[in-house]
Ligand binder design. Structure first.
Ligand SMILES: NC(=O)c1ccc[n+]([C@@H]2O[C@H](COP(=O)([O-])OP(=O)(O)OC[C@H]3O[C@@H](n4cnc5c(N)ncnc54)[C@H](O)[C@@H]3O)[C@@H](O)[C@H]2O)c1
Length: 286
């Protein structure tokens, strides 16, 4: 099995003891250290790092080109990278950073890898796309008129919007895959509240609370990875997609995420923004 993690947590990777693993990320030092640790602890030497900056459409395209030259299959794609509550700033392509990196980066990466995943999956053994969202999406709003937060910017609102967009993306992707009879499924994962570096941009009071009480109400990074691992390997989800998973169980996402027209509209706009051909059939609407 080949697993590709868009900057995934080491604990997720460590679970794939006999698999080929590829870590895609923009932090070479950190990723190489993860590769070393995985090799040491699992005795799996089929672990590799490839540079990919998800905040750059060019970097994503270059990464996919390099990956495809390897001519290896791809069974699991984990869309895990993210930033939270960063100050207002733009990606290299001019997108608001949460929207550009957390959402559009994974949108493009997934779309460019879909052909390889379709060839890698088979009936009864589907390839899997799993995308890491967040409970923050429950309080998000998607402003189709101002996706880049140009009119008014709130770091929390921008993060939440990017996580909501990932849920809408997953559901539309799953509908497309199912309509094509494709041996690939797409699910979305909520890891819970996890003690990681993600919180480095939140205000100092919250960081203090995290420091004092993380042992009490935050999951450890290992625990935070469990639902991703579950989504990647459980036989219970064979052939099943379009699920929102929390604590290794299916649960409901925000009502608006089931709006087929909104899913379609966001998909179409995302295709335009990333230069992807929209293959959604005309008949495909709410
Ligand atoms: N920690 C939580 O409480 C929590 C809650 C809900 C959802 N999540 C989600 O879980 C995922 C993992 O976050 P985490 O908590 O492990 O935080 P983290 O900061 O430890 O991990 C985020 C990862 O994204 C990578 N990344 C950042 N910018 C990148 C770029 N331009 N290109 C490629 N990779 C990049 C980082 O290197 C890092 O490995 C994120 O999508 C986050 O939104 C986390």
């Amino acid at each position: 099995m080949i697993v590709l993690l868009a900057n995934g947590r080491y604990s997720v990777i460590g679970s794939y003891r006999n698999s080929d693993l590829l870590i895609a990320g923009n932090n070479t030092g950190k990723a190489q250290e993860a590769v070393r640790q995985i090799q040491e602890e699992t005795l799996n030497d089929k672990v590799e790092f490839l540079y990919c900056d998800l905040a750059s459409l060019k970097s994503i395209r270059q990464f996919v080109q390099t990956f495809k030259k390897k001519k290896i299959p791809l069974h699991v794609l984990v869309n895990n990278a993210g930033v939270m509550m960063v100050p207002q700033r733009r990606t290299r392509d001019g997108f608001e950073e949460h929207f550009g990196l957390n959402y559009l980066g994974h949108f493009l990466l997934t779309n460019l890898l879909l052909d390889t995943m379709k060839e890698s999956g088979s009936p009864g053994c589907c390839a899997r796309v799993l995308t890491v969202s967040s409970a923050t999406h429950y309080i998000a709003e998607l402003d189709m008129e101002d996706l880049q937060g140009s009119r008014s910017y709130s770091p929390h609102g921008a993060y939440a919007q990017s996580k909501l967009a990932l849920v809408l993306f997953t559901y539309h992707l799953q509908r497309l895959l199912a309509a094509q009879g494709s041996p690939v499924t797409a699910n979305v994962v909520d890891p819970g509240v996890v003690n990681t570096d993600l919180y480095r941009h939140v205000f100092w009071g919250m960081r203090l609370i995290k420091k004092l009480f993380s042992w009490w109400f935050f999951k450890t990074p290992d625990e935070g990875a469990w639902t991703s691992v579950y989504a990647a390997v459980t036989p219970d989800l064979e052939g099943i997609g379009g699920r929102y998973l929390y604590n290794e169980k299916e649960t409901k996402s925000l009502a608006v995420t089931y709006d087929l027209d909104l899913q379609r509209e966001l998909w179409a706009r995302s295709c335009q923004m990333t230069g992807i051909t929209d293959v959604t059939p005309d008949t495909f609407s709410g």
